[in-house]
Design a protein around this ligand. Structure first.
Ligand code: ADP
Ligand code: MG
Length: 243
């Protein structure tokens, strides 16, 4: 579903910032993965490129068999609208629109009639257990409910992939677990899902953790190796105690 080869990204400026330094990454259809790493390591930059919200400078990004490279804003928006559902830490709901209107918004941009998009939005809200909240404003909803509205909005275009940037970052731990349950359920239904998080508890609920450090993916072999080193040290300590 996702193939990145040697992807680089530099933010220009008086002091240009080389944020992604050769990302190689493959995510298969139907995977549920998390991307973890320290603050400033490039997680959001990577996710924004995956979501065609931002361009990269060199390398190759193939999404669902399409090469994503040098797209104009219209082409990018069109692909985004059809292929990708995005979920954000701060929900990004429109404050003066009720839940139905928020969820239906991507369909407005696809030219779907008001009647049809509202019916589809109600259906998605129902799926999220929010039917009774359909005509409430975001300010009348709890954090977990707001995030479920945002997930319903992400799903309404029937995307090929869901990308979530710290989706539990603004939620307490109990609500985080509820939101992760929804992502796991969607994944069980076949949705390819990529979640950026700094919460190890959230990472542990995904099926694969991709670690990023200073703009590079840490190869699994290195993670396994350092784990082995730790195990060896433990064994050494034990043998010292024994002798
Ligand atoms: P993370 O999500 O892992 O915390 P980001 O991808 O947001 O990291 O940021 C990586 C680095 O790039 C940080 O040093 C950040 O300040 C910088 N950065 C992020 N976005 C921009 C931007 N639009 N312009 C310039 N620098 C940016
Ligand atoms: Mg970030």
């Amino acid at each position: 579903m996702i193939h990145l080869k040697d992807v680089h990204k530099t933010y220009p400026g008086a002091v240009p910032l080389h944020v992604l330094k050769g990302i190689n990454l493959d995510i298969e259809r139907g995977e549920l993965v998390s991307i973890m790493g320290a603050s400033g390591s490039g997680k959001s930059t990577l996710l924004n490129i995956l979501g065609i919200l931002d361009n990269y400078d060199s390398g190759e990004y193939v999404l669902d068999k399409r090469l994503i490279r040098n797209l104009g804003e219209n082409a990018a928006a069109d692909l985004r609208n059809h292929l990708i559902g995005f979920v954000f830490q701060s929900f990004n709901l429109i404050s003066y629109k009720d839940a139905v209107e928020n969820v239906a918004l991507p369909l407005f941009y696809q030219g779907v009639s008001r009647r049809k998009r509202n019916a589809m939005a109600i259906e998605q809200l129902d799926r999220m257990g929010l039917r009774e909240w359909a005509h409430h404003l975001p300010s009348e909803l709890s954090g977990g409910q707001k995030q479920r509205v945002a997930i319903a909005r992400a799903l309404i275009t029937n995307p090929a992939i869901i990308l979530a940037d710290e989706p539990t970052g603004a939620l307490d731990s109990k609500t985080s677990v509820e939101v992760m349950k929804i992502f796991r359920q969607l994944n069980n239904e076949g949705m390819t899902t990529v979640i950026v998080t700094h919460d190890p508890g959230v990472g542990a609920q995904t099926n694969r953790i991709i670690r990023i450090s200073d703009g590079l993916i840490i190869p699994d072999s290195q993670i396994v190796k350092s784990q082995t080193d730790m195990d060896n040290k433990k064994t050494d300590n034990v043998s010292v105690q024994h002798s």
